[in-house]
Write a protein of this length. Structure first.
Length: 177
């Protein structure tokens, strides 16, 4: 596994060749939200009230008395564990990022493999101080963000929903290539 520093150094050395090799025009864009949700893969880093092997302490405090089956007959909730927002979602609800949704007790990622921006930037645009001056950095972004920073330079992407863009599926291996 590469460290973050090793990854940045290796991609900075590649420069425009990374960008030039990426072709994303060989698939049709999504037209409807239902299609996006239906084909969204299962997300990582979440727990559900329906999970039998789930760790209840992910949602409950350690001192709280937990029954053997604390959620019988209640709607299935999902708790996203990806960021510090820790969104608890009912069926059909999205997290604050708008990029993850509860689909029948399963958290789905609406942005996995669907970048809305891919390009090479000068390293000076990044928030690094004197990190390989004069080199390039590979940048890609997906829609959505759980924050609402008033100074965000990418607010058009971060404050949007995934279906607002005509994105196509790009396998992770293609992005790495």
């Amino acid at each position: 596994m590469l460290s973050r520093r090793e990854f940045l150094i290796s991609t900075a050395c590649l420069g425009p060749t990374v960008h030039a090799g990426l072709t994303i025009s060989n698939a049709a864009p999504f037209d409807r939200t239902e299609d996006l949700i239906r084909t969204a893969p299962k997300a990582r880093f979440w727990t559900s009230t329906a999970s039998r092997d789930g760790n209840c302490l992910l949602c409950h405090d350690p001192g709280e008395k937990i029954q053997t089956n604390p959620h019988p007959g209640r709607p299935v909730l999902v708790k996203c564990l990806l960021c510090a927002q820790s969104c608890v979602l009912k069926n059909g609800e999205r997290g604050k990022c708008r990029a993850r949704i509860n689909v029948n007790g399963e958290l789905r990622s609406l942005v996995y493999g669907r970048p809305v921006a891919i390009h090479v930037d000068p390293i000076e645009k990044k928030p690094f101080y004197h990190f390989l001056p004069g080199s390039n950095a590979f940048s890609f972004a997906t829609a959505g963000c759980p924050l609402r920073c008033k100074f965000c330079q990418n607010w058009e992407i971060s404050q949007s929903r995934p279906e607002e863009f005509d994105q196509v599926f790009v396998p992770p291996a293609k992005i790495v290539d």
